[in-house]
Design a protein around this ligand. Structure first.
Ligand code: ACO
Length: 363
């Protein structure tokens, strides 16, 4: 029996799965609103702790202050560091992306800390330790007084970042902390809707993030830029890849019909990162050619730059190893996942769609 399976409407395109106060994506206008602010304004106005306070306030329906978030995340990073021997125990032999999944699955409640702080605080500690281990080094202890972004970089790089570097990662964290009903957030909400706890919900969300059609794209973006290598090779490389039917990472989006607004916010963050060595002119040439080529290939389906293209360039400029890009994305998105999980638990209704049965019927 070889029954053809269709992609649409099975991808749930355009079907609202929840009401939310957390974020809104307008795909036609290319707008992203997070907690009531356009993403570009939010990056100018606040840092990761500030936006996390807004998201947790929205998710729980209770006011949460930025100072509370800052203190809770600092404490949570320290608790996670103390637990690292246990958390890393089951990650031996795994890649950074897979080791992160296993370690996150081992997180559990900490006395006196809200679950969301335990989770969001633990993420950069685990990611940093896995990066250090891959280099054969010991984990770097967190600094509870540093910002979440600055401390993430310290634990990744084993040195204190300068103010520009910390600001660039902070801008990235704010930019990608939440994004409507994306696949990992939907996954998180489905698990939370069963009244499973936040640890289960966020572990599932991370698993959904790892695929290349979602948060696994930035490492392949860098591989693509490396493979293209020089301006003269852009056209032949891209044309060949498209002729082979390949998807070009960092382009296309289920919702956006225009350029992802986060692309420019991240491009601005890279431009402010003086002396980073990022080759933005070359990346710009590649981006421009791919946009044109995709327009020619799919004239009826607008495909434009998404957040992952400039994510790859920014994280690379910050010397974060490419194998850790997806866990670093998760450090930021965990703020959104935990808020969505709380919001979904407050809704109190199981998410349970139906399926369209196309198999054989009994005689
Ligand atoms: N490169 C080449 N062709 C593409 C691309 C791409 N990046 N994206 C879509 N297409 C093509 C598809 O092959 C399809 O062509 P066809 O009709 O000839 O088969 C057509 O465009 C329509 O694509 P859809 O299936 O409608 O796209 P969908 O909404 O399912 O996919 C997605 C969105 C998964 C992001 C897709 O654009 C893609 O695979 N992009 C590359 C991976 C990537 O950048 N992922 C990160 C997304 S951002 C994020 O999640 C944080």
């Amino acid at each position: 029996m070889n029954i053809q399976l269709s992609k649409s409407p099975i991808g749930l395109d355009g079907i609202p799965a929840a009401e939310t106060v957390l974020s809104h994506v307008d795909g036609e206008r290319g707008e992203l609103i997070i907690a009531g602010e356009h993403v570009g304004d939010l990056v100018r106005k606040t840092g990761f702790e500030g936006v996390t306070a807004r998201l947790w306030s929205g998710g729980t329906g209770q006011p949460v202050s930025e100072a509370t978030v800052r203190a809770a995340l600092g404490a949570a990073r320290q608790r996670a560091f103390a637990r690292l021997p246990d958390l890393l125990g089951i990650t031996r032999g795994l890649s950074i992306v897979d080791g992160f999944r296993a370690a996150v699955a081992g997180l559990r409640a900490e006395n006196g800390l809200p679950h969301e702080a335990t989770i969001v605080g633990a993420f950069p500690v685990i990611a940093g330790a896995l990066v250090q281990r891959a280099k054969g080094c010991d984990p770097v202890a967190p600094d509870p007084d540093a910002s979440h972004a600055a401390d993430t970089l310290s634990m990744m790089l084993n040195r204190k970042p300068d103010a520009c570097e910390a600001a660039a990662l902070d801008a990235y964290f704010v930019t990608v902390c939440d994004h409507g009903m994306n696949a990992s957030t939907f996954t998180t909400r489905v698990v939370a809707s069963t009244q499973a706890d936040l640890f289960a919900a966020v572990t599932a969300g991370y698993c959904a993030l790892t695929g290349p059609l979602h948060g696994g794209a930035p490492e392949p973006v860098l591989e693509m830029l490396d493979a293209i290598g020089s301006s003269e090779r852009i056209k032949p490389w891209v044309d060949d890849a498209l002729a082979r039917g390949e998807r070009l990472m960092g382009f296309g989006h289920r919702i956006y019909r225009v350029r992802d607004p986060r692309a420019d916010v991240l491009k601005g963050a890279i431009e402010r990162l003086a002396g980073s060595g990022a080759d933005l002119p070359f990346a710009g040439e590649v981006e421009a050619y791919i946009r044109t080529a995709l327009r020619q290939k799919n004239p009826d389906r607008p495909l434009d730059t998404n957040v992952e293209f400039f994510t790859a360039i920014l994280l690379d400029a910050l010397s974060i190893p490419r194998q850790a890009f997806t866990p670093v994305f998760a450090v930021a998105r965990a703020a959104g996942w935990t808020a969505h999980a709380r919001e979904q638990q407050r809704v109190g209704r199981l998410i349970r769609p139906s399926s369209a049965y196309i198999g054989p019927m009994p005689d």
